[in-house]
Design a binder for this molecule. Sequence first.
Ligand SMILES: Cc1cc2nc3c(=O)[nH]c(=O)nc-3n(C[C@H](O)[C@H](O)[C@H](O)COP(=O)(O)OP(=O)(O)OC[C@H]3O[C@@H](n4cnc5c(N)ncnc54)[C@H](O)[C@@H]3O)c2cc1C
Length: 294
Amino acid sequence: MRPFSYFIPASLQEALAIFQREGEGGRPIAGGTDLVVQLKEGGHKFPYPRYLVSVRRLPELRRLEWVEGEGLRLGAAVTMAEIEASPIVRERYLALAEGARVVGSRQTANMATVGGNLCNAAPSADTAPPLLVLGAKARILGPRGERLLPLEEFFLGPGRTVLEHGEVLVEVLLPPPLPRSASAYRRHTPRQCMDIAVVGVAAFLALDEAGEKIAEARIALGAVAPTPIRAHRAEALLVGRPASPEVLGEAALMAREEASPISDVRGSAQFRRYLVGVMTEAVLEEALSRARGR
Ligand SMILES: Cc1cc2nc3c(=O)[nH]c(=O)nc-3n(C[C@H](O)[C@H](O)[C@H](O)COP(=O)(O)OP(=O)(O)OC[C@H]3O[C@@H](n4cnc5c(N)ncnc54)[C@H](O)[C@@H]3O)c2cc1C
C-alpha cells in the first residue's frame, strides 16, 4: 500500500469538514473489507486516495432504530452481523437479514457495513437486492447539504454511485412493511459460503385483504446487470393477479428477460439467465408463503 493520511472524526459534521478542508483525493472508509483489499491491489478502481476519513464510529451512522409510523432508520455503518442479529430486521425485513447473513465469514460480517456494501457498488452486493425490494431510500450528506433518493437511483455502474466528492451515505430509510406482506432473498454461489453471488434475487409481495390477489410486488436482481436492478416488467405482471404458481412462473420468465448478464469466471451469461428464472420463482414462492403466514 502507498502512504495516505488517516482521519478519525468524532462527528459527521467533523467528517464533512475534513473533506472540505483537505479537498479532492479523499475517501470515506467504514469496515475496510472492500477498500483495504482494493488499496492493497493498487487501487485500480479509482485514483489512489491521498487520505481516508473513517466513518465507522460516527454516531449518526451507527443507528438501527425503528420509528413508529416512519419505519426503519438503518445507519450506513451498521455491520452485517448487527443487521442479521436485529430482531426488528428479522421480524419486519427478513430479506435484508438474509442478505446480511451471507456476507463473508463471521470476521468479515463483524467489520463489513451496509453502507460500504452499497457504496462499493458491486453488482453482486448482497444487501442491495433486499434493500431495493424493501423500498429503501438513501440519505446522503455533503458540501451541498442533504439529499434523499430512492436506492434505485443510487447505483450508476460497477463501482460507481451518485456520490460526489465529500458526500457521505448517512443512512438508509425503510418504510414500515405493508399488511400481509413479506420478503425473501437468495443467492447462488458455487461454494456454500465465502463466495460472491453468481446471481442474487430478492422479492417482496403484499396480498390484498382477502389474501388471494397480489396487491404489490417488487423483484430485484443482483449480479446480472452493471448494477443491482429492479425487474419492473415482472413486477407489473404480478400486481392485481391471483397469487398462483402459474402467475409467479410467468413473472419469473419475464425477470429472465430483464436480466442482462455477462459471462465471467463465475458463470456464463446463459447460465445466469437460467438461474434468474429458477431463483425468481423460488424466491417469489418463499415470499408468498411468508406473507400468507402473517
Ligand atoms: C473475505 C471477504 C468476503 C466477502 N464476502 C462478501 C459477500 O459474500 N457478499 C458481499 O456483498 N460482499 C462481500 N464482501 C465485500 C465486503 O465485505 C462488503 O461489500 C462490505 O459490506 C463492505 O463494507 P465495508 O464497511 O467494509 O466498506 P469499506 O471497504 O470501508 O468501503 C467500501 C466502499 O464504500 C465507501 N464507503 C464506505 N462507507 C461509506 C459511507 N458511509 N458513505 C460513502 N462512502 C462510503 C468507501 O469509500 C469504499 O469505496 C467480502 C469481502 C471480503 C474481504
